[in-house]
Design a protein around this ligand. Structure first.
Ligand SMILES: Nc1ncnc2c1ncn2[C@@H]1O[C@H](COP(=O)(O)OP(=O)(O)OP(=O)(O)O)[C@@H](O)[C@H]1O
Ligand SMILES: [Mg+2]
Length: 593
């Protein structure tokens, strides 16, 4: 796939070269001089037998290539960027304009889409020297704020920080990004940083370890990609060009594809900032080939990265920053061992950034084992549904769920396509999708992990482009995906955990957009009742009386009260537990020694 792309650019130039040679041969005097020079060269070639041999070999290779070119006629090389299409997920993108990188510029081994972009890519750098990427220096405006002002600001923005934190920035200008990066931010419509970016950017730029929890759709991706980009820029000259500097791990292939897309947008036009997408379900050889092109940032799902590491097709020993997105799910059983195996391959001295919208206490404890003097950042109300989304909880018995869904899809007030319906199993997704299409006639599709990756990619693209009115999905679309046009999510089946509920609901209200999330509950999800009430009640949503009066909920509340009481008793010093407390203290002192 890559060789022909390389040839195409070369062929265009070869034919120009040949045309130039032909026109020079037309003039008599020029031809004589050419002949004399050739004679002299031949004499020299005889003296230097080795060089002559090499030249002959090269000439033969060129002749073979020319013959090959004649044998298989190819479509003409695209002249202008506008003639080129946009890349499909996983395809290379032009380093200049971001369109499909159909060709490789042979001088720099960089992806380009057309001769126009090749020429722009080879243009000498602008007279004005590019801003020197450097370690984070606090902007004088930020340094000029008093400690109280900073605290008030953080409070207003809902930012809570623990650990050796930098002050938040207020504008992207406070980060001293190079001009190209600033222009890329403007092109993406990022006028000012979101609260999580305000607090994460300075820590990230200063190379600190971060554990950050912020609402779904609050801009966490750019909050880790920008420091990663700056770290890669800074190290451009230092590390061997074949060693990646940044690594981003995600739980799903769709999320990795999306993050790579965003990374490319942010890095467009920056020197030597190539990314590699390493995800399962897509052919391995192009991914291996891509890794040979001085990759700076790898975005991967753990399984495929480990497969590639086993083949020693890439080394992580130059990695300076590791990001684990959706860290709570990445550190659960299933992924945990894979993540640990990958981290073992990364040098000890590296920056770690862990992010998610939900970080339960147990995972936070585990996560801190990977971090050194971390800054813990929380923005908004941790583990709660994003405030852009209106949560609706409906009590619907199992046999009535389909009917209720059809009612919703028929309700003009609620139905804003595309609607994303979450179910708990693959077969259920296919069956429900067929049923919705049959009954409502709406354009419906199911997506789940049994489908081929190329089909999954097409469905996500179709969903983003508004090709479907209803998409029925298992958890594959539940986390991280920026489905900006989805305004209504229906949790047909209650998600497996309340954290998953927060993520699924979050697909309906991305930054600056409002949406609705309807969740069907009944006694089959009784184990979630207490958590559901705790997380949804604070949003002001009316909860169904069947839920509020449920004996399951009453029992869960009673048990929680008991646990709290016991905890208070354990914390209070009395005659009974005094000795236990002293022993516990002694043990901890001994352990510290
Ligand atoms: N500073 C900004 N200004 C405007 N839009 C932004 C800014 N930062 C990010 N966005 C946009 O906000 C949307 C949500 O961002 P992102 O996907 O990073 O959210 P997230 O916090 O990772 O959410 P999730 O928890 O669901 O993964 C995206 O469309 C992104 O392009
Ligand atoms: Mg995200």
């Amino acid at each position: 796939m890559f060789l022909p792309r390389s040839l195409k650019v070369k062929r265009a130039e070869d034919s120009e070269g040949r045309a130039a040679k032909r026109s020079r041969a037309g003039s008599g005097a020029g031809a004589q001089a050419e002949a004399e020079r050739a004679e002299a060269e031949r004499a020299q070639a005889q003296a230097e037998a080795e060089r002559a041999q090499a030249e002959a070999e090269r000439a033969q290779a060129e002749a073979e290539r020319a013959q090959e070119a004649q044998a298989e006629p190819e479509e003409p090389v695209k002249q202008r960027s506008a003639e080129q299409r946009w890349p499909e997920p996983g395809e290379p993108a032009c380093s200049v304009c971001g369109r499909y990188g159909e060709y490789i510029c042979e001088q720099t081994d960089t992806d380009v889409c057309s001769l126009q972009c090749k020429a722009r890519h080879l243009e000498p750098p602008p007279a004005e020297p590019p801003a020197e990427p450097r370690a984070y220096l606090e902007h004088p405006f930020i340094s000029g704020l008093s400690a109280q002002q900073v605290e008030a600001l953080q409070q207003q923005l809902g930012i809570a920080v623990r650990g050796p934190a930098c002050r938040p920035v207020l504008e992207f200008e406070h980060c001293a990004f190079p001009d190209t990066l600033t222009a890329n931010l403007a092109r993406l419509g990022y006028r000012s940083p979101t609260p999580v970016q305000m607090q994460m950017l300075p820590q990230g730029l200063a190379g600190k370890d971060i554990l950050a929890a912020a609402d779904t759709g609050s801009g966490k991706t750019a909050a880790f990609l920008l420091p990663l980009t700056m770290a890669a820029l800074r190290e451009n000259e230092k590390v061997s060009p074949h060693q990646p500097i940044g690594l981003v791990l995600t739980p799903t292939r769709e999320l990795a594809i999306q993050i790579e897309g965003q990374a490319k947008e942010l890095m467009m036009g920056l020197p030597n900032m190539r990314t590699a997408l390493l995800v399962g379900g897509m052919p391995l050889p192009p991914q291996l080939h891509r890794l040979k092109q001085s990759i700076k940032v790898i975005i991967a799902t753990p399984g495929r990265l480990l497969e590639i590491l086993k083949q020693e097709a890439v080394s992580l020993c130059g990695v300076l920053t590791v990001v684990v997105d959706e860290v709570d799910t990445m550190l659960k059983m299933g992924f945990q061992q894979q993540v640990l195996d990958i981290l073992e391959k990364v040098p000890e001295e590296h920056q770690t950034i862990l992010v998610s919208a939900t970080i339960p206490a147990g995972i936070e404890q585990l996560a801190t084992q990977f971090l050194q003097d971390p800054v813990r950042i929380t923005v908004g109300k941790m583990n709660q549904p994003c405030s852009n989304v209106r949560p609706i909880i409906l009590w619907v018995e199992e046999p009535s769920k389909k009917k209720k869904l059809f009612e919703i899809l028929n309700d003009s007030k609620l139905f804003h396509p595309p609607v994303l319906v979450f179910v708990d199993c693959r077969l259920g997704a296919d069956l429900l999708s067929n049923a919705v299409h049959k009954i409502t006639g709406l354009k419906t599709v199911a997506i789940h992990s049994d489908k081929a990756q190329c089909e999954r990619n097409q469905i996500v693209q179709g969903l983003l482009q508004g090709d479907y009115e209803v998409v029925v999905s298992t958890g594959v679309l539940g986390r991280g995906l920026d489905l900006v046009n989805v305004k209504l999510v229906v949790n047909f089946d209650m998600p497996p955990t309340m954290d998953e509920y927060v993520h699924q609901v979050g697909r309906a209200g991305r930054l600056g957009h409002r949406g609705t999330a309807i969740t069907f509950v009944n006694n089959s999800s009784s184990r979630h009742f207490l958590e559901l009430v705790k997380r949804v009640k604070p949003t002001g949503t009316l909860l169904p009386p069947q839920l509020l009066n449920s004996p399951y909920l009453n029992e869960q509340q009673r048990r929680e009260q008991m646990r709290n009481k016991q905890r208070v008793q354990q914390d209070t010093v009395n005659g009974k537990n005094l000795m236990d407390i002293i022993r516990k203290h002694d043990r901890s002192v001994l352990q510290k020694r």
